[in-house]
Design a protein around this ligand. Sequence first.
Ligand code: 9D3
Length: 256
Amino acid sequence: MRVDIVSLFPEFVAQVAGHGVVGRAVERGLLSVHGWNPRDHAEGNYRRVDDRPFGGGPGMVMLIEPLQAALAAVRAADPAPPHVVYLSPQGRRLDQAKVRELAARPRLVLLCGRYEGVDERLLAAAVDEELSIGDYVLSGGELPAAVVVDAVARLQEGALNDAESAAQDSFEAGPDGQRLLDCPHYTRPVEHALGTVPEVLLSGNHAAIARWRRQQALGRTWLRRPDLIDREALAPADRALLEAFLRDDAAGKNPL
Ligand code: 9D3
């Protein structure tokens, strides 16, 4: 997969592509990430990329021309037609289903806005989809673009090592499509001033451990993210686990 990022801070892009899972995916040739600066496509001595908004008001708006020229260069760099995403607070909120959709595309362009945003005419002409990463205010689209790159890189075949893949699988939706939060994790020492590791995890009983983890995942999802779980739609076994969890919880037996 090829990702092109159009941003006034392309050094940031190199940072993202140089570390961790993304860096490894790039090294393995599963993903390439390229940065493009609209300023390199701006005209005149000042190489302006923004101007004041018609109608007045605070802030600046990114000019059509430098972005259009940058996007033309991006298209010319590879014959495959890209899917163009504009990261913006006005976009639909990114979720893992959207990440899977994006990760399956051969080519992605991530357009990052700065200032108050981009001239609407450029967006209408050049953008396929507008995405936000959540309801909070950032200073530009660069961090959101990094989020998209990280999330799609992880889904490229061969990007994760075996342990990471297994951990990912246990997170994937069950047969009923239900996604759960992760269970709690513990490591050494067994006894610590901050508490003791739950006994079942030391039992060596793999079925009991799997059941406990599933129950914890169901329980904390229900308590912390009720929006993620449809209690009525749970498989009977899961429903029984959750109900037992909630009885224990009411009895004060859970550390959550
Ligand atoms: C304070 C400026 N706001 C005026 C009412 C509008 C505004 C413009 C530009 C708010 C944020 C931004 C910059 N943000 C992004 O480009 C952005 C973003 C975000 O801020 N939150 C979540 N997802 C995204 S994706 C791109």
